[in-house]
Design a protein around this ligand. Structure first.
Ligand SMILES: CCCCCCCCCCCCC/C=C/[C@@H](O)[C@H](COP(=O)(O)O)NC(=O)CCCCC
Ligand SMILES: Nc1ncnc2c1ncn2[C@@H]1O[C@H](COP(=O)(O)OP(=O)(O)O)[C@@H](O)[C@H]1O
Ligand SMILES: [Ca+2]
Length: 595
């Protein structure tokens, strides 16, 4: 046995196999030894990925039971499993049970490992405020939290205060108004809408405390310290998927436990001089706005509502007139078509931190620099595109999700202070289908003649004056999407009966009245369906802002670099198979590296 500060080495047993355990600085490893004391397999992991060290033999699933044998300790840690080539690994809880030659040695191991945890993991959360949306996604939020997440938090020594929401915006209001002393982070169990509530609460509270006006699009918003965790239990789970690489509650719970930190760009959306909302994934007009509006009345369908509504809206074949102005980002640094991917430890994002928060500048000069950048100097740099669009989308991140594993903009960065503006001009139905379909395969969705993409710092959307005059829907600020859409079987069944003339001419009066009533009903429905699909009557769409319909059409969006932090680390490469090959070159025996 050998110990000195930060280093400890001894013989241990795992089952009936002798091993050499080694704690050296920020790594802990154990190597199986053969009968001649030669190294066989090594498992090595960074201390930062140790979840807990417990005395005795400890199980956590299915039931936590402790057998306190005095020479044993149990190590829980992050274990990765491959999900297929190119996909991020899933994380699960690894468990290894060590038996030491003496109780004294066992106690030393437990002490040293816990000291290493404190030293190398200073930013782990101890107390969390958890909000569960019981109605999100497949309505499994409570079950996911209590059966999967809570036992992991408990094991890691995290105490949590749980609020099961009873209404929309309860989580946001709680964060804005209640005392949050002692909490190291806030966590939502739900979908992107639930995340958005936490986002608004955290940003709003931080600005209130800093005395910053959120309404001014030129202001430098105060970056938020309180971390946000997401346990995916929603319909799209885009924010989780795009920042972790999978939508898996265990993986996300482990990222929270080990205190991972991922900065995230946020877009503020303004109408005239008022803040409307914040967004991290999608600010989308046209197709995505129509899909959202259509899907809201089909919430009962659960996550499938988006597929169904997407299909119906596609059949509508609509496009919208608009003027899109944008402030381009520095094209020397990156481009949305450079085929890069923002992965864990992304260099572009790390270098952006320096650019966004230069250490040498005082906060006041930083504020005026930002003001200058947006209000005066930049005016001349705005570019403008006018036309008919199938969709206009702005995203601060790739917006990958299970429906679209590459996302809306596969090379977008999570924390570079820019967003990607995607303009899909009007095209024929097959062209638009090709565009949509490319979100689901490896083909480049930007390599189409009617699509353009720009890396931007800000975007404005307005209507051409002539279009405003043409609009029969009244002011652009208040257009409501009518409920219902062509192709809706509910709607077409009655209308179909009337059209087909199935009701005969020898009917009694009552029948005739009924027929007339149905005709009237059918006519109304047909008019209504035609109205929805006709580009003349409904000249405008709505904005989908991370799953919320915006009440305004003319908006200004500005990207705020690294405004919030998530308990995540960005998308990991498929390290399991790669590390196996690298590791085996460096070890005498089989070498499995975890990091
Ligand atoms: C022929 C196949 C077509 C497939 C097209 C796939 C395109 C998918 C892009 C998805 C981008 C998602 C951006 C995220 C949006 C969410 O914030 C929002 C709300 O989510 P939630 O709170 O979980 O309900 N989701 C949507 O707006 C759904 C868009 C789906 C469009 C088909
Ligand atoms: N208890 C509740 N009752 C009704 N709506 C809620 C409740 N809690 C949260 N919400 C709202 O439900 C919306 C959808 O929630 P989310 O968790 O994103 O599920 P989904 O991904 O299925 O849309 C969010 O906008 C959120 O504000
Ligand atoms: Ca970005």
């Amino acid at each position: 046995m050998e110990t000195d500060s930060g280093r400890m080495e001894s013989s241990v047993w795992l089952g009936n196999k002798r091993h050499r355990a080694l704690l050296s600085g920020w790594r802990f490893s154990w190597t199986e030894l053969d009968k001649k004391n030669r190294d066989k397999n090594t498992i090595s992991l960074p201390v930062s990925e140790v979840v807990a060290v417990m005395e005795g033999q400890v199980e956590i699933q299915p039931q936590k039971k402790v057998k306190d044998t005095d020479r044993d300790f149990t190590l829980f840690y992050v274990k990765r499993s491959n999900t297929g080539s190119g996909k991020a690994p899933l994380w699960s809880l690894g468990r290894s049970q060590f038996c030491c030659p003496s109780r004294d040695l066992r106690d030393q191991w437990v002490t040293q490992l816990r000291i290493a945890l404190k030293t190398h993991c200073p930013s782990r959360p101890h107390r969390l405020l958890v909000f569960i949306n019981p109605y999100g996604g497949k309505k499994k939020g409570k079950q996911i939290y209590h059966s999967t997440v809570a036992p992991l938090f408990e094991l890691a020594g995290i105490s949590s205060h749980v609020v099961v929401t009873e209404r929309a915006n309860q989580a946001r209001d709680h964060i804005l108004k209640k005392d949050l002393t002692g909490f190291d982070g806030v966590v939502c169990v739900g979908g992107d809408g639930m995340f958005s509530e936490l986002l608004h609460g955290v940003i709003g509270r931080t600005q209130q405390e800093a005395g910053v006006s959120e309404h001014d699009p030129c202001v430098m918003l105060q970056p938020c310290d309180l971390h946000i965790g997401i346990i995916p239990a929603g319909s799209t789970d885009c924010v989780c998927f795009a920042t972790v690489g999978v939508n898996d509650p265990v993986t996300s719970a482990l990222h929270i436990i080990i205190g991972d930190s991922q900065p995230l760009d946020v877009c503020s959306v303004h109408h005239h001089s008022t803040l409307v909302r914040y967004s991290v994934s999608l600010v989308g007009y046209g197709f995505y706005g129509d899909v959202l509006a259509e899907s809201e009345r089909r919430r009962w369908m659960g996550p499938l509502r988006y597929d169904y509504s997407g299909f119906l809206v596609y059949l509508c074949n609509r496009s919208y007139q608009g003027i899109v102005q944008y402030l381009p980002a520095d094209s020397q640094i990156t481009s949305p078509r450079d085929n890069s991917r923002c992965l864990s430890g992304c260099r572009v994002c790390s270098e952006s931190t320096e650019r966004l928060f230069p250490r040498s500048e005082s906060s006041s000069s930083l504020y005026s620099r930002q003001l200058g950048q947006y209000s005066i100097e930049s005016e001349g740099e705005w570019l403008s595109v006018e036309g008919r669009f199938r969709c206009v989308s702005l995203t601060c991140m790739s917006s990958s999700c299970p429906r679209s594993p590459k996302g809306l903009s596969p090379s977008a960065h999570l924390a570079d202070g820019t967003g990607d503006l995607i303009l899909v001009r009007n095209t024929n139905p097959l062209g638009f289908l090709t565009y949509l379909h490319r979100h689901t395969n490896t083909q480049d969705q930007f390599d189409l003649p009617f699509v353009e993409v720009h890396r931007v710092k800000a975007v404005r959307f307005s209507f051409p004056p002539s279009e405003e005059a043409d609009d029969e829907d009244g002011p652009k600020e208040s257009r409501n999407i009518p409920a219902g859409i062509p192709g809706d079987p509910e709607m077409l069944s009655d209308a179909g009966d009337v059209e087909s003339g199935r009701l005969g001419s020898q009917q009694c009066l009552a029948e005739k009245r009924r027929e007339q009533g149905m005709k009237e009903k059918g006519r109304k429905k047909r008019d209504y369906l035609c109205g929805l699909c006709s580009s003349k009557r409904s000249a405008t769409s709505v904005w989908n802002c991370d799953g919320e319909i915006l009440p305004y059409s003319e908006i200004l969006c500005r990207v705020h670099g690294q405004l919030v932090h998530l308990f995540a680390r960005g998308i990991e490469e498929d390290t399991v198979s790669r590390k196996y090959h690298e590791g085996s070159r460096n070890c005498q025996g089989r070498c499995i590296l975890h990091n």
